[in-house]
Design a protein around this ligand. Structure first.
Ligand code: G3I
Length: 348
């Protein structure tokens, strides 16, 4: 029995899959993922810079393997992500002479990319993160090449193009820090405008890159409710819980000392003390109790990775840390947090 079975009456339970799981033919991890989850997202394989490192050079290898894995195990595959400011080669926004593209030329390139990628997996990727991280934490629209060259209708165009490429796909807007008041309002305003324009947007993904003691779950709950009130489904995407003190906490608030930081300064490099394991488990339990309370609004909860050893939090924002943000430990064993999460539905 895996988490997907405990939550089968509530919402999909997902994880992100990385390239190594396939290039290393990590069958044990593949079997664990198939047992535990019924949704998968490519951690990097479907990003523009990985899928299409040059405009005429495609690398479908890992992306195809993830879709085949999902199809084989009857899992919901989420496509991540079509239009994003990050991990997109600069050449995408330039003409052959290296000059910025015109609005029409970039729209044509966006259309071509969406048609090729969504078209390839039509009917096999039921959900797309169409636009990722387009709003800043203060609620303003991020001044990306997409916005600067195309203008404010680039988001609507992306959704319309994705819908045309696969009319059956559930189309989402995905972003982080969605519990901040100004960010929440910026996303609400954008979704409301898109819905008014009859743009095919069906869901909002709230990335769950959270800390062990923040943000306040009341703010997370306000956002779940606010987005659902705009008539879209809510997905908790990219959930992980950073249990380490921040660099600031380790080196003091002075910016100069921040650069003295070395990962060796990190606590818990040899393992997480019992009271921290407990604290992490209680944080995950509280999160899933909140999610299950709003299961009428939430379609999916996905962690950003499966086991601690492969989490991006070991290397972001700083390389070489030893972090413990997920539900399975460095030996791929379920943690106390996994047990607490598994027990939530029965206690409802
Ligand atoms: O695969 C290459 C490898 O060949 C190369 O040797 C190595 C060193 O340059 O880089 C490897 O690629 C790295 C890739 O992760 C795979 O490990 C990229 O440099 C690195 O930038 C990339 O980081 C990813 C990051 O997004 C940036 O795309 C993280 O794995 C991934 O967890 C993170 O995920 C993002 C979501 O897509 C969007 N939401 C935020 C989240 C966290 O930043």
């Amino acid at each position: 029995t895996g988490l997907k079975d405990y939550y089968k009456n509530d919402f999909l339970i997902g994880t992100a899959m990385n390239a190594a799981t396939f290039t290393d033919n990590d069958v044990a991890l593949q079997q664990l993922i198939a047992r535990e989850f019924n949704a998968i997202t490519a951690e990097n394989a479907m990003k523009w810079e990985v899928l299409r490192p040059e405009l005429n050079k495609w690398d479908w290898d890992i992306s195809d393997k993830i879709v085949e894995f999902g199809t084989e195990h009857d899992m919901h595959v989420i496509g991540h992500t079509l239009v994003w400011h990050s991990q997109v080669p600069d050449a995408v926004f330039q003409d052959d002479a290296g000059k910025p593209l015109t609005r029409e030329a970039l729209l044509a390139r966006m259309e071509e990319h969406i048609n090729i990628v969504v078209g390839r997996y039509k009917g096999r990727i039921p959900t797309w993160d169409v636009v990722n991280e387009a709003i800043e934490d203060d609620g303003q629209w991020r001044k990306s090449h997409w916005l600067n060259i195309i203008g404010r209708d680039y988001i609507a165009k992306a959704f319309e193009l994705a819908h045309k490429a696969d009319p059956s796909a559930h189309l989402m807007y995905n972003d982080y820090s969605m519990f901040l008041e100004k960010k929440r309002q910026g996303v609400v305003d954008m979704v409301r405008e898109l819905k008014k324009q009859k743009v095919p947007i069906h869901g909002v993904g709230m990335q769950g890159h959270l800390g062990i003691s923040g943000p306040d779950l009341a703010e997370v709950e306000k956002s779940i409710i606010a987005f659902a009130n705009e008539g879209v489904r809510v997905h908790i995407t990219e959930l992980d819980v950073d249990v380490l003190p921040s660099v600031w906490e380790i080196t003091g608030a002075d910016i100069a000392t921040r650069f003295d930081y070395k990962p060796e300064m990190d606590p818990y490099r040899d393992g997480l003390p019992a009271e921290k394991e407990e604290q992490l488990a209680e944080r995950y339990e509280a999160l899933f109790k909140l999610f299950i309370r709003h299961r009428d609004k939430i379609d999916r909860v996905s962690t950003w990775g499966t086991s601690d050893d492969a989490s991006w939090k070991n290397d972001f924002p700083i390389k070489g840390r030893v972090n413990y943000p997920l539900l399975f430990d460095r030996n791929r064993e379920p943690k106390l947090a996994w047990h607490k999460v598994a027990a939530v539905p029965a206690a409802v």
